[in-house]
Design a protein around this ligand. Sequence first.
Ligand SMILES: C[S@@+](CC[C@H](N)C(=O)[O-])C[C@H]1O[C@@H](n2cnc3c(N)ncnc32)[C@H](O)[C@@H]1O
Length: 321
Amino acid sequence: MQWFLNSTQAFRVGWVCWKKDRRFILAVRAFVYQALPRSGFEVVRFTWWCLSSYGPRLIASLFVRRLPEVRSFSSDGALNLARQIRAVNLLAPTKMCLVMTKYGSDKAQRWHNYTPVYSALLKRYRDRPVRILELGLGTNNPELRSSMGVDGRPGASLRGWRELFPRALVYGADIDRNILFQENRIKTFYCDQLDQAAIRELWSQPDLQGGVDIIVEDGLHTFEANISFLEGSLEHLRPGGMYVIEDIVQDTAEKWHDQLETVYSRRYPTLEFAFVALPNDSNHYDNNLLIIRRSAQADTSSAASGLNSSLATASSLTASL
Ligand SMILES: C[S@@+](CC[C@H](N)C(=O)[O-])C[C@H]1O[C@@H](n2cnc3c(N)ncnc32)[C@H](O)[C@@H]1O
């Protein structure tokens, strides 16, 4: 009986720490990381996530719907993208959640839950020979900004994309030259998203000629850095393609709404913009996405010239920031 009471007490203390103090979780994680070989740590991490997040969400999603909050910006009033996103139940885990977490990306872990939205929007690309570029490989150098920490796995999401899109070519870019790599169907390049010359150099790579179908920006995560990469990259998004900016900080939401309403939706008539807030009990700080879809008909001459002439004036905005 005493043993039972002690255990119950220990469980209660642990549970309170777990709910109230993230340092407790980080301490346990650091202990497991040091105690086990890397592969063992990955197995524990993935199993823990399946038991504590994937499973409960799967069950909860049978009874509860948690929907994204979407603000749509489009000069011609098109709301298709927003409608599609609003129908996604964020609680319902998908294959993409499993795959991304298995490789060590944070796109589907507790802090972020982007993968249900991506699964819905990207399923049409699944069996196509698409080209995907992600900025931000996930450095494990703790000295660098936006680092994934010492137990991060550079290239995690690129490997996830490769598995999920079996005919795709996957490209990555990062400011950390030490983590660049090349594997079957994956190639990575240097890029500093704050530097327009570096962005131009990235897009001048022979592999990237003709543009890409999906761009995911998961780099520095500041408003200025987002705008800088967007300005230098939007013209390389193919018709029908999708551009996503991850981890937008809540404090900048108003600034983004204003920018999308007064500048971008007017400047780019062939693009639909959706600013998406994903309700998440663990993260009220930066669980927002900007999703941009380029119309599939955008290669008609007027639409293309609309995008291209808009882009000619785009650099002025970057300069003004
Ligand atoms: C959050 S991590 C990316 C995680 C990865 N996409 C994943 O899902 O596993 C952010 C990355 O952005 C990179 N980064 C930081 N500042 C940058 C900059 N100015 N230009 C390009 N990349 C930058 C960091 O080196 C880091 O690798």
